[in-house]
Structure formats: C-alpha cells, structure tokens
Design a protein around this ligand. Structure first.
Ligand code: G6P
Length: 608
C-alpha cells in the first residue's frame, strides 16, 4: 500500500525534482519511508530513507528518468532495506510497487532455491528478481512474463539501466494514471491524478492486467492477451493545489475550521426550491429507483462508515426504508442479502479504499442501483460508479478526516430528504429541514468561536490515557467517530459506547483514572443520559460533557460542561462531531503528537 510516481523528461526538467513534488501529493497513502530511482550516466542511482518524503529533499542530482515511492508498510518493518525502490542483485533493474503480491512467499522460496539473496522482507522484491531473470532484451516482454506469475494487487513501475529511456508499468486491482504533456512531451505516471497538480496533461488509466511501455518516442499498452490497445486520451487540467496551512499551525485545525464553507459547498446548487427537493446533477437514477427499492445498504470504512451509521436513522425516518450499514472490509466476505431492488450507497473520501472498492464490486454483481459519495472525483470509485456524488469538500490533507466527514453527513441528509420527497415527506417538512440545514451551518460557525473553551477542556483532561464517549440515539455513532478521532491523533485509548450499554460491562472499567465525555446532544433521551452520567459519577469516574444550550440540569451533575448551539436531535451530530474533532486536536497538541500524520496511519488504505 503506497503511492508511486514516475517521470520521463523530454523538455529538460529534472525528473528527481518532479518526482519529489509528485510524492508530496501521495503522502496520504503512507509516509513510513520514501525513495527514488533514476538513471544517471547509464547507471541506476537510487536514494531511500525511513520517514517522510521530506527526508529525500537533499537529493541533488539531475535525472532524466525516475520512479519514486512513498510507503505504508505491509510486509516488512519500517526500515531502509524495506523502503522502495527495490533492485535485482546486479542493480540493473529497479521497481516501485503499490499493492500486495499474495504469492510472494512461494516465489521467494523458488528464487532462494536458485540462489537469489534477498535484501528486504518485502513482497515486492520478488518482482524485481523475476524481472531480471526474465529479461531477454525487452523490459516490456519481461514484465509480461512476470505478471503472469503474480497473484494479488499491484501497480508496478520498473526501470533498467539496460533500457535507460523507458519505464514499464503493470496494473492489477490498483490505480495508475499516465499523463503526457502536449507541450514538452514529458511523460508522467502516478497512483493518483491529484499528484499532477498545476499541470495540463493528456491522460489515460491503466486498467486490470494492462502493461505499458513508456518511452519518449512511443507509448505502447497491451492487455493480458498481449493485444495492443488504443487508449483514449483525456485532457486533464488540474489547478495548482496549494499545500498550505494558511496561517494555521496544522492542516487538521485548518480543515476543522473550514467546515462552514465546505458544508456550504456541499449544499450549494443542490436544492430545487420550486419542488423543495434536493437535486444532484451527478445522478442519472430515476426516482423509481428510490421509490421501489426494498432496502438500502450503506458501505464504508472508518469515518465514512460512521457517517453512514449516523445517516441510517435520518434515511429511515424520512424515507421509511430499512437501512443497513456495513463495514466494507466485512461486507466483502459476507454473503450479502442484496437483490436488484437494493439501493447501495458507498461512501469514501478518497475513493481509493481497497475494501470499499471490493465491497462495491461484490454489490455490482447483484444490483445496478449503486450511488457513491466521494471527495476525490478522479478516484477509482468515482470512475467505477457513474452515479457518484461529489462532496466538494476540497483537498483534505490531514490524515484525520474532518471536513469530508461532515460533508458526507450533509450529502447523506440531502439524499434522505430526496428519498423522502419521492415518498411521504411533504413540501413543508422539506422546507423546514432546509432551513434547519442553514441553522446547522450557522451553529458550526458559532461553535468554532468556542475553540478556546474546548482547548481548556483538553488541557484539563489530556493526561487521561483512557476515555469513554457516551451518548444515546444519533449520539451513539457520533461517539464512535469522536473516539476514532481521539485515538487517531492523540493515541488515547478511546471507546465510543451507547450510554445504556455501559452497565452491561464497560462500567467495570470506570475508575478515577478513566475519563468519560458525555455527548448530550439528544433531547429525547436527556433524562436517561443524566442517569447514565450519575452511574459513573457514583463510581468516582470523572465526567465532562458537551450539551445543548439551555440544558441546565446537566450542570447539577458536572461543572465541566461545554454548551453547544441547540439544534434538533437529527442535526446534533454535525455539531458534536465538530466539537469532538476540536477536542481531539487540542488533546493531541497537549500530548505533543504528530497531528497531521499520526503514527502507523495512512489517509487512504489501498490494501485489504
Ligand atoms: C483511513 C483513514 C480514515 C478514513 C478511512 C476511510 O483509515 O485514516 O480517516 O475514514 O481510511 O477512507 P475513505 O477515503 O474511504 O473515506
């Protein structure tokens, strides 16, 4: 799992600098180590380091061709030896890889029996040794033979000192985009189109089992039968994405604070005021697809799964359809009860999460009613699913998802209203919901002004190593998301739990050393929540709370309350999510964590 980038210079650019710039945009795919290989004076040159792409910054060499890699370790520890690129024994071939070679142990055993000495513990290294062995004068032909031996998922790019002007790529179940600059003739390759920021390129995607040979003279692509393909080029003009914190100390805080604007973007142009119904220009599905569907299944991982979980009750209330929410990595191995009348909604910020892609592929075998919700519209999922709704959240750089999460919630809410309008939801009810959406966005703005209160709460509580978030109804999945944020950025052992479930086991963990944060955003169950808080206080467990403005009874239980603007129960998750994002941020800051790139994580998990 990782990001790969490559460049062949025709117009004189230094491929080393071009690759470094490209890798910075791919760091969301992993930042355990980074490396680059190129051809210099007909010999392979390479540099790799443990740590982030910035560790390669000192690279001071002019290369005319290069491949590069940023790693999220799967096979083998985070070491220099396991960093990509990898080489054959004579250092004539070099390779970078995104994916997992599932039969690498068998291949490795065979190669070792033939006397090959391995330098790393990675699955990738087998590929480069095989390439060297299969080479009979054409890197392209060698790659054809090698990929036939591989099982698993891969996007590969290889170079060789024997063919100093070419890069050969191969793909199976992993994204790879190739771009040509029509002005200079330079050739680029990347795991993600966004790494072509600021460029205008004619691009095409390599699809499953396709192999490409890239040289300044010719680009040749074949399929698995060896048939040469004519690829349609598409002009891609990407504005320069500023990787800029704009005065904020971290991307995470910047992205949390951007939410009034990102929510507004998710809403704008999506309301048909005549009919008081949401419209999505991206959707080509007819209304009957919602009206006669018998079930809705939502798929996602991490925060995307939590957004779906929160939306479940919105959709069930407004559309009166049963909704199941499935963790994509589990769904893909189930025998899901999906029929052609099931509507599937797949959610993914990046559009590249391997488990979500596999779950969609499984769903596609059973139903054509699939909607995706993505932030990255050039991603694999957005290309797979015609009906993909854009989150319009703008690039989310911090690994921890914040603005994409609230935009997912808003798009799901709009979908719930849309489904409702094709069924029983009246125009008046929809009008009231739209006005509440505007109140919610103003509420987020107001809440952001309370940042320093939340910072104070974080300062008082950052020493706790165990935190429980408790809540009821819509606050239950909001607690799961709050706990995920706190774990991700501050490494606190956090658990989100339905307040009523505490007494069935988790209450055994309550001690003066464990913190409970009550999310009291559900008015309907206010008194029940207060009883649950009392149960903790009676056992000497410290309790802090976020509660709705005007809810005075909470203050009798704890003086440590932060009041948030009051919204109706179904809108509260937006505010409580933002409040707990801020809390996680400030705790992480107090604890001195690497906030934007927490240890062991990657923003997009492109392996199973
Ligand atoms: C990773 C990220 C999470 C994210 C999840 C799903 O684990 O760290 O923040 O929620 O992937 O990502 P996706 O891009 O599919 O929404």
């Amino acid at each position: 799992m990782c990001g790969i980038f490559g460049h062949i210079s025709v117009g004189g650019k230094n491929s080393a600098s071009v690759c470094l710039q490209g890798l910075k945009f791919l760091e969301y795919r992993g930042y355990d180590s980074a490396g680059i290989s190129g051809i210099y004076k007909k010999k392979l040159k390479s540099f790799k380091h443990v740590g982030k792409v910035s560790s390669l910054q000192s690279l001071n060499l002019h290369l005319g061709i290069a491949i590069a890699h940023t790693r999220w370790a799967t096979h083998g520890a985070i070491t220099q030896a396991n960093a990509h690129p990898h080489f054959d024994e004579r250092k004539e071939f070099s390779i970078v890889h995104n994916g997992i070679i599932e039969n690498y142990l068998d291949l490795k055993r065979e190669l070792m029996n033939q006397g090959v000495v391995f330098q790393s513990e990675t699955d990738t290294e087998v590929v480069v040794h095989l390439l060297a062995r299969e080479y009979q004068g054409s890197l392209f032909d060698a790659m054809k033979r090698v990929t036939q031996k591989l099982r698993g998922a891969f996007a590969l790019a290889a170079i060789s000192s024997k063919e100093p002007e070419s890069i050969v790529c191969a793909v199976r179940s992993a994204p790879l985009i190739i771009g040509i600059c029509h002005e200079t003739g330079d050739i680029y390759l990347s795991s993600d189109a966004n790494a072509f920021s600021g460029m205008t390129l004619d691009v095409f995607y390599l699809l499953n089992d396709e192999i490409a040979s890239l040289t300044p003279e010719k680009i040749c692509v074949i399929n698995k039968h060896g048939v040469e393909l004519v690829k349609n080029l598409e002009r891609l003009e990407l504005k320069h994405t500023k990787l800029d914190k704009e005065g904020f100390e971290h991307y995470l805080l910047k992205e949390i604070c951007e939410q009034p604007q990102s929510l507004m973007r998710a809403l704008l142009g999506r309301i048909d005021e005549m009919n008081m119904t949401p419209i999505f220009s991206e959707l080509t599905l007819e209304d009957h697809v919602f009206m006669d569907c018998d079930h809705i299944t939502i798929l996602g991982c991490g925060s995307a799964y939590h957004a779906g979980y929160i939306a479940k009750s919105m959709i069930e209330k407004m559309a009166g359809k049963h909704v199941s929410v499935e963790i994509a990595s589990e769904f893909r191995y189930n025998q899901p009860l999906i029929t052609e009348k099931t509507l599937v909604i797949a959610i993914s910020q990046s559009g590249e999460t391997a488990d979500t892609i596999a779950a969609i592929e499984l769903a596609q075998q059973k139903t054509s009613r699939i909607i995706a919700i993505c932030n990255v519209m050039t991603s694999t999922i957005a290309r797979m699913i015609k009906n993909t709704i854009s989150l319009k959240a703008g690039p989310e750089i911090s690994v921890c998802s914040t603005k994409a999460f609230t935009s997912q919630l808003l798009v799901l809410l709009l979908l719930a209203i849309k489904f409702g309008r094709t069924l029983a939801l009246t125009k008046n009810e929809a009008t009231s919901l739209f006005s509440q959406i505007h109140d919610m966005i103003s509420g987020v703005e107001k809440l952001l002004e309370q940042k320093s209160e939340i910072e104070q709460m974080a300062k008082k509580t950052s020493h706790y190593d165990h935190t429980f978030f408790i809540g009821r109804q819509e606050m239950v999945p909001t607690c799961l998301e709050a706990a995920l944020k706190l774990k991700e950025v501050s490494y606190v052992n956090a658990l989100g739990i339905a307040a009523g479930e505490l007494k069935h086991g988790t209450i055994a963990l309550i001690t003066p050393q464990s913190l409970t944060i009550a999310l009291c955003g559900n008015e309907r169950t206010e008194e029940k929540m207060e009883s649950n808080m009392m149960e903790i206080i009676s056992r000497n467990g410290p309790v802090f709370a976020f509660a709705n403005e005007g809810c005075q009874s909470i203050q009798k239980l704890t003086e440590n309350v932060i009041f948030l603007p009051k919204l109706s129960d179904q809108f509260s998750p937006f505010l409580y999510a933002v409040a707990t994002q801020l809390y996680a941020y400030y705790v992480a800051k107090e604890r001195g964590c690497d906030i934007d790139q927490p240890r062991n994580l990657a923003k997009s998990v492109t392996v199973e």
